[in-house]
Design a protein around this ligand. Structure first.
Ligand code: 5GP
Length: 204
């Protein structure tokens, strides 16, 4: 398979296994797919590495980046800001590299409005109670943050109509198979002349 420079935007309420799904997809398709590292004003969690999980920056730096139009999209989520670097995405796309973006529905919709061929995938929990159980087991949030994230989950899910695909993550292996199938199938979907020229030189 060749990379054709498509954006794969993956959203899910926290606790749906989206990060693990994304990581496995990139591991499996590392020759064609890379990950967009977002900028955030959120403090790093234990085990998170600056420049790998996120670029952790302060609010002033974030505001300067917004003012300089350096984000393809950005959003305020909970009490922090998150944004996708325009430069990073332009660099990958000009190289025909596919990019996976782990971003929320506000950002996903901004991207779809700017880049029509972006593929929007939403990962859902089998139920809200399963989601709550998973968040409690993960123990990354305190009780008030957990309640905030659960409340937000329902609102996020209601954006599903703006998405191209839905994956219910009940069994991880099944969910991954669905995600990988979408990724592969999108390379067989010819939407414009740009794609066909990347696959076969019709001038020969
Ligand atoms: P977390 O703080 O748990 O890492 O992420 C919180 C939410 O922010 C998740 O839904 C994640 O997908 C989203 N997010 C991460 N990076 C970005 C970004 O660059 N833009 C937007 N809009 N959302 C992001």
């Amino acid at each position: 398979m060749i990379s054709i420079g498509k954006l794969f935007v993956i959203s899910a309420p926290s606790g749906c296994g989206k990060t693990t799904l994304c990581k496995k997809l990139i591991e499996e398709y590392k020759d064609t797919l890379t990950y967009s590292i977002s900028y955030t004003t959120r403090k790093p969690r234990k085990n998170e590495i600056n420049g790998k999980d996120y670029y952790f920056i302060d609010l002033k730096t974030f505001e300067n980046m917004v003012a300089n139009n350096e984000f393809l999209e950005w959003a305020k989520i909970y009490n922090d800001y998150y944004g996708t670097s325009k430069l990073q995405i332009d660099m990958y796309l000009s190289n025909n590299t596919d990019v996976a973006l782990d971003i929320d529905p506000q950002g996903a919709i901004q991207i779809k409005n700017k880049i029509k061929r972006a593929v929007l995938i939403m990962v859902l929990p089998p139920s809200i109670s399963v989601l709550e159980e998973r968040l409690r087991i993960r123990k990354t949030e305190d009780e008030s943050n957990l309640r905030l994230r659960l409340g937000n989950a329902k609102k996020e899910i209601l954006n599903y109509r703006n998405y191209d695909y839905i994956i219910v993550n009940d069994d991880f292996n099944v969910a991954f198979k669905e995600l990988a199938s979408i990724y592969v199938a999108e390379h067989c979907k010819i939407v414009d002349i740009e794609d066909i020229n990347k696959i076969i030189n019709l001038e020969e």
